[in-house]
Ligand binder design. Structure first.
Ligand code: SF4
Length: 456
């Protein structure tokens, strides 16, 4: 599973250049996208941008940050679900809006972007990329020409788009940050003296020493105009139910982030404790599938008193692996990423904690590796309910026919995996672990209750 992107924005009154701070902020968000990275800044006269493919270190290799001058800017790391990973699709998307520069970076998926794009093309707009950002740009252009007021423009554009999104926009020296009316994608704000930072996750603030203020509310616009911070609530947002993506807590976000006021690490510890409430297993050790399941395994271990052991070591230098067709090759790809600590595993009854199962192929490969390492019994516990439906809100998951839990019963999955126990956390326990009311979360990939219309 992959999230779509990470975004940052900085507005500074006094600091001359912010590009290196944006770079470090993006570095902290690298887990949200590894296909390309980009930064755009405004220096009072012109807007400048640099984008490149790959990890942020590749995209900015030997880059002279003096080029990106200016005390306000935005940045983006990308994983593509709409448009392929070519350089033209990298963000920020920079162009001119009449006489003003405009740069847009966004995280999420605009579900109706195909029909909006078609309409815009019919009206004569010529697209240079396949991205939602360019669709946003033309929608903004159309409205801005009518209203000449940027807040009104955003209100109008948001009425037209359906989906999950967090967006940062730089229009000359004004910076705008927008969170979708359901608050699906995270977005928060921090300050450091007279400098404000916006980011997808709070880990970006920690790296530059900015202090987290709060999450940007669902349907809220935070903007900087005439050097002042301002807030605006989108008019119709109150009528939209919150639908925070639960997977941010389960898997996507870094555990050291705070999302919607919840400490992600604590949520994952809670997931482990909830797993113990539901599955009391007699075993010798608990082992996490690193990295995202480490806190849940600690949680289970603390609750049960069974020692938590590093039974699998992750090779952190393995980047994206290409699609491998056969199960044998997939096993090899998993072996590249995870190696068992045989001395800790041989002859043991293990509780294996993982965050989720999508296709089941990685779990199968992992179980094979653990068996080869000599484990006696495998009791596999999953920190979320079965994934039975695809995500249409910006998470690249799999189609329904590829999802193992959508096409198999629990005993069938258990048999495919070849484990002694297979237990998924219930929806109720997951909701309790997160601490956000059930009706304010999106759990659609687990219960098919999509918070808003999908046009798939
Ligand atoms: S469908 Fe699943 S992954 Fe997608 S937004 Fe909802 S909870 Fe998150």
């Amino acid at each position: 599973m992959k999230d779509k992107c990470g975004i940052v924005g900085i507005h500074s009154k006094s600091k001359k250049d912010v590009s290196s701070l944006l770079y470090y902020g993006l570095y902290a968000l690298q887990h949200r996208g590894q296909e390309s990275a980009g930064i755009t800044t405004f220096n009072g006269i012109e807007m400048k941008s640099h984008i490149g493919t790959g990890l942020i270190t590749d995209a900015f290799k030997d880059f002279d940050f003096n080029f990106l001058d200016g005390n306000r800017g935005i940045g983006h790391v990308r994983y593509s679900t709409t448009g392929d990973s070519k350089l033209e699709n990298s963000q920020p998307f920079l162009t001119k809006l009449n006489d003003e520069y405009i740069a847009i970076a966004h995280n999420g998926d605009i579900i109706n972007s195909a029909s909006l794009r078609e309409e815009l093309i019919k009206e004569g707009h010529e697209f240079i990329s396949d991205t939602d950002s360019e669709v946003l740009f033309y929608l903004i252009k159309k409205e801005y020409e009518k209203t000449n007021d940027f807040i009104l423009t955003i209100e109008k554009v948001i009425e037209k788009i359906i989906g999950s999104y967090s967006i940062v926009i730089l229009i000359n020296n004004e910076l705008y940050a927008i969170r979708d009316p359901a608050g699906m994608k995270p977005l928060a704000i921090a300050s450091n003296g007279d400098q404000y930072m916006i980011a997808s996750e709070t880990v970006a603030f920690d790296v530059i020493g900015a202090e987290y203020i709060r999450d940007i509310g669902a349907g809220e616009i935070v903007y900087f105009k005439d050097n002042e911070i301002k807030f605006h609530k989108i008019k119709f947002a109150d009528s939209v139910k919150n639908a925070h993506c639960v997977f941010e807590y389960v898997y996507f976000a870094r555990p050291d982030s705070i999302i919607d006021g919840r400490d992600v690490y604590q949520v994952r510890l809670n997931i482990g404790k909830q797993l113990f409430k539901e599955y009391k297993i007699d075993a010798d050790i608990v082992i996490p599938v690193p990295d995202s399941s480490i806190p849940a395994a600690i949680g289970y271990s603390r609750a049960s008193g069974i020692p938590n052991v590093e039974g699998l070591i992750k090779n952190r230098y393995v980047g994206r692996t290409f699609i491998m067709p056969s199960q044998e090759e997939r096993t090899m790809s998993v072996k590249l990423k995870m190696n068992p600590v045989k001395s800790e595993l041989k002859g043991k009854r293990i509780i294996l904690i993982d965050d989720s199962i999508v296709r089941g192929t990685t779990s199968q490969a992992l179980i094979k590796i653990l068996k080869e390492a000599g484990v006696k019994e495998i009791h596999m516990l999953i920190g979320c309910p079965p994934i039975i439906a695809p995500c249409y809100y910006g998470i690249s998951m799999a189609s329904k026919k590829e999802l193992v839990a959508a096409n198999n019963t629990l005993p069938q999955i258990k048999e495919k995996l070849g484990v002694e126990t297979l237990g998924y956390l219930s929806i109720e326990s997951l909701v309790e672990a997160v601490g956000i009311p059930f009706e304010e979360m999106c759990l659609a990939c687990m219960n098919e209750d999509y918070p808003f219309l999908i046009d798939s």
